[in-house]
Write a protein that binds this ligand. Sequence first.
Ligand code: BTN
Length: 315
Amino acid sequence: MLHRARPRFVSGAELRAHTAASEQQIASELKDLQRVGFEIETHPHLGHRLVETPDRLMADDLMARRHGTVIGSRILVFHRTASTNDVVARQGAGGGAEGLAVFAESQTAGRGRQGRKWESPAGKGLWFSVLLRPSFGVDGAGRITVAASVAVAQVLRRVGGVDARIKWPNDVTVRGRKLAGILTEWHQGNGTHPYAVLGIGVDVNCRPSDWPESLAGVTTSLLIETGREHDRPSLAAMLLDELDGLWRETGSSFDRIIARWADLNTTLGRQLRLRVGSRVIEGFAQALDGDGALLARRDNGQVERVLSGDVVVEK
Ligand code: BTN
């Protein structure tokens, strides 16, 4: 409630009415919040107001900030874990409900596509995964990545004012450098209840010294692009809300998402060299189909439908 009222004061009576808690319980809650880093100003007549929030991810705080209906309906935050995708996969296998979002301040075995390592420096980015229970089959798995990349690019454009673009299949880039990555993993479950784990990594407040040298010039962050630090909890809540809206559209009006993707992407209309497993396909990136697969036209006119791969060269 203090979040939503910001920067207004909220009177003790309002807080009591909203939370159904006693004056004493509220006083102790406020103390707890101050102990974990929230700066709360108390005025004898006006009540309380939130002045500053800590740059730490906390499940209750994120729950209070989000507005969506499905994504983030349950939130867990780990100080450190191997990979948030693994945590969510376990929850999925155990029958967990769609929408669970798991964040970690750092990952010891964060991974990207094709088994690549994903650098996840502590407290510098948003490393999180969401449990999805799609109404479509594995053929539509690409839709998840497409919708998520649109959500991430839109939020980064809005918050950071950066020219975030999407490089097929899963990169969000600025000035050709990677700012965020998406890893969608499909699990067949017991056959009748497949689920998907949507993993997202956003380099928010990372500095070049947070990455190995091999990533110099390849990766960027919101801090590097805008010259200022960004509030990760607020960005996290915005991402959950944007994903919530787009996930609903993924089931009902995916065409609209493809249209937005097309506006933001840097891949279509180019001659590409794609690495798909051990194969290399050269062709013109023509369109994205209704399942999020890339349609690449070869020189001989044959159109290849590529579900996932690496763009080696974009001409
Ligand atoms: C890529 O660009 O190849 C995808 C990167 C995905 C990284 C995120 S961080 C949260 C989640 N947990 C992981 O281990 N990976 C994803």
